[in-house]
Design a protein around this ligand. Structure first.
Ligand code: T1G
Length: 697
């Protein structure tokens, strides 16, 4: 018997305990252990079998590290069917997160009991596949089409109470899974309870699955897995069980072969790898119980909200009592959202706003803060003034952080007596919603200060990415490049609406111009003015139509007009008729003759600009690995998750083809399309970005 499943017989009950840390993934040894355990229980004359997980959770699913490798028997669907076909009563006792194949094992059992904090679900679509061990054949038989469609196509987790209500589990009881499982199995034996094979239950009546498929495909913005999973549920309703299982397997294997599965699995592992950095090995973060926030505008209030929700005490500094109260109003408004979503109780709302939050106007209130984040006006002089004051009042060892989105953190650190304690913590607006946090490490930032930044991010539930110091760090630096590429395509003949449509079809939730209107066009305007003031390279193409749009007061949604006119509301946005004349005037002034752009060329150029700049960012060490760029673009810039991120996308496209495009475009614009040295090096070596990720792991 493999140690991955431990066997024990207690009276009439055979106990199969999973022992495959960290999450009892259903690797080969576990699958074999389950089959062996069922056979042994039957040979030894047991009357019931209890299956549960040792450690933190019941099976958390198939072992996704096995994906892409030749499948090894016993296959998981066969294990579930072997469990279900046993003449013994089989009980699964769930705790932790019974996900994917884990829940499918439980569905192959005859009875299911869970502890109150157990969560379960079929999240396969989130990694580009679908339930492939009977989930689409058993769950609809158990809870019907509508509820199983929601669970399977959303991939969401279901808490024990909801699972009981839905009928996924039979009991929810407090206690250790082993104990409550044994008691339930004994009760079933004593009651001479029947086996309850879900496969023998009637399947739901078929519905219009073509319409369902189309609706789910549209909702997924081109993501395949949820829609293909609908065909699995269709098989459940239209075919006998055994044929339905075969159909499910076919569909599952089709999805396993897709780029989307590769992209989503890459995203899954990249978001876990991004916090693993050799420089943090063995480094203890500093204490984090109370933090200070300077500036209570949208960003400061968002940061304070995120900190309060993570259990930290917050002292918020504003220039005067009125501004401080206004900041508290913003924070309360943010927390109202958490209250409405049931994330906090009314009592917790009171606690956070009245006790955990302190308002002040004097920096001396920060003397006990473990860490202070400033979110004041983005101007170096203002930042230096703030840090000089912090240096004077904060206790030794306090971490001094700037939320700047592009300013030089080395310069900020240099105006203090403690540059080792200074770091950049670049939150994305709204800071209590957006998960990305760029942790900007300056030249003299101490390793335990970096570790403290990551600890704060983890506490806040952020996805933290380490960035070096440069203009725009990782995300905004790359954004500036691909956004400029789009602007050049407009000068050369494309329309902003065509570009938005092309990128939304590629999978972005919004195209760059709709995003600009949402964020506020004045931000980009300020960046262009700053870069002109700093002195642009004479080889760089310039354009004025975007500035003229801003000069006319059109900043996007907040002024009602930008690239689009929002008079009929954000969703019913229409092109702003004032824009094309500005573009035509700009083209005329630059003696440019507009040409046609295909959707394919728009995406190719936009993505090549993104990947080329990202290759520079990695080559210069601003991002430690290509996966850090992927995670940044996935979590901060709406990059479609099923494509894995720009670097994963580039690997799947082939770096040689991308480099060839860039070189061909460089003939017309050698400055903008200068190939990144790292991209050229990888192509010359026949390697790709994922090879660099492997080198770094
Ligand atoms: N396989 C292999 N490793 C896994 C894993 C899995 N399913 N799930 C997690 N890990 C690793 C993870 O990489 C990390 O490793 C460690 O466990 C802790 O994870 C046929 C085919 C379970 C909710 O999609 O959602 O079943 O970094 O950091 O935040 O239908 O992990 O320590 O080396 O995420 O507490 C379906 C995916 C598979 C669940 C725990 N199951 N996992 O979250 O810890 S497909 C899933 C999660 C399937 C069948 C199909 C989460 C978690 P390391 P962690 P966590």
């Amino acid at each position: 018997m493999s140690e991955a499943i431990m066997y024990e017989k207690i009276g009439d009950i055979a106990v199969l305990a999973a022992n495959n840390p960290p999450v009892n993934a259903l690797g080969l040894a576990v699958r074999q252990g389950l089959v062996d355990g069922i056979e042994r229980a039957e040979k030894e004359g047991a009357k019931a079998v209890l299956i549960y997980g040792e450690g933190r959770t019941f099976f958390a699913g198939a072992d996704i590290r096995e994906f892409g490798k030749p499948p090894a028997e016993p296959f998981l669907p066969d294990v579930c069917t072997r469990i279900e076909s046993s003449p013994l009563i089989v009980v699964s006792a769930l705790h932790g997160t019974a996900l994917g194949g884990g829940l499918e094992i439980a569905l192959g059992s005859h009875y299911r009991i869970a502890v109150p904090k157990a969560r379960m679900g079929l999240p396969e679509v989130l990694i580009g596949v679908m339930p492939g061990a009977g989930g689409t054949q058993r769950l609809p038989r158990l809870i019907g089409i509508d509820k199983s469609l929601d669970v399977i196509t959303s991939g969401r987790q279901v808490g024990a109470a909801e699972a009981l209500e839905l009928g996924i589990v039979d009991r929810v009881e407090d206690g250790a899974p082993r104990e409550i499982g044994l008691a339930y199995a004994q009760e079933l034996i004593d009651a001479n309870a029947p086996r309850r094979a879900i496969s023998e239950m009637a399947a739901p009546e078929p519905v219009d699955f073509d319409a369902l498929y189309d609706a789910v495909l549209k909702k997924g913005r081109g993501q395949l897995a949820p829609a293909v999973a609908v065909r699995g549920i269709q098989a459940c309703c239209e075919l006998p069980f055994a044929e339905g299982m075969k159909r499910e397997r076919e569909l599952f294997m089709e999805l396993m072969a897709t780029d989307q599965r590769q992209g989503l699995i890459h995203a899954f592992f990249a978001e876990r790898a991004v916090g693993k950095l050799p420089e943090l090995d063995g480094v203890e973060p500093r204490q984090l119980t109370a933090i200070g926030v300077i500036g209570g505008g949208t960003m400061g209030a968002g940061i304070a909200t995120s900190a309060l929700l993570s259990g930290l005490r917050v002292t918020l500094i504003e220039m005067n009592a009125g501004a401080a109260e206004a900041a508290k109003g913003r924070i309360s408004g943010n927390l109202q959202g958490a209250l409405k979503r049931g994330k906090i109780s009314p009592a917790q709302f009171e606690e956070l706003t009245e006790k955990a939050l302190t308002l002040a106007t004097d920096y001396s209130a920060l003397s006990d803060a473990d860490l202070v984040i400033e979110a004041v006006f983005e101007e170096m002089g203002v930042k230096k003034d703030v840090f000089t004051k912090l240096d004077a009042v904060c206790k030794p060892g306090a971490v001094l952080a700037s939320n700047t989105s592009y300013l030089d953190v080395n310069q900020i650190a240099a105006c203090t007596s403690r540059p080792a304690d200074v770091i950049g913590l670049h939150f994305f607006s709204p800071a209590h919603v957006m998960k990305l946090l760029e942790i900007v490490v300056a030249d003299k930032t101490a390793p335990d200060v970096v570790a403290t930044g990551f600890a704060l991010g983890k506490k806040m539930g952020k996805v933290s990415v380490r960035a070096g110091v440069c203009d725009g760090f990782i995300g905004n630096r790359i954004l500036s490049k691909y956004r400029t590429c789009a602007d050049y395509m407009i000068l050369d003949g494309a329309s902003p609406y065509q570009i938005d449509a092309a990128l939304e079809k590629f999978g972005f939730a919004m195209g760059p111009y709709a995003v600009g209107d949402l964020a506020g066009l004045d931000i980009g305007w300020a960046v262009r003015k700053r870069k002109r003031a700093e002195g642009m390279d004479p080889r760089a193409r310039d354009f004025t139509y975007a500035d003229k749009l801003c000069e006319a007061g059109h900043f996007g949604q907040k002024t009602g007009k930008g690239y689009y006119d929002y008079a009929a509301g954000a969703r019913a946005r229409v092109p702003n008729p004032d824009l094309m004349p500005l573009i035509e005037a700009d083209r005329k002034a630059q003696d440019l003759t507009p040409r046609e752009f295909t959707e394919e060329e728009i995406v190719r150029r936009y993505m090549a600009a993104m990947v080329n700049e990202a290759a520079r960012v990695v080559g210069e060490g601003i991002a430690k690995r290509p996966l850090d760029v992927d995670v940044t673009l996935l979590y901060g810039y709406g990059f479609p998750r099923y494509r894995g991120g720009p670097m994963k996308w580039a690997d799947m496209q082939g770096l040689d083809g991308l480099l060839a495009d860039i070189k061909s475009w460089a003939k017309d614009d050698p400055y903008f399309w200068e190939p990144a040295p790292l991209l050229e090096k990888l192509v010359a070596e026949g390697r790709n970005f994922d090879d660099l990720n492997k080198d770094a792991s």
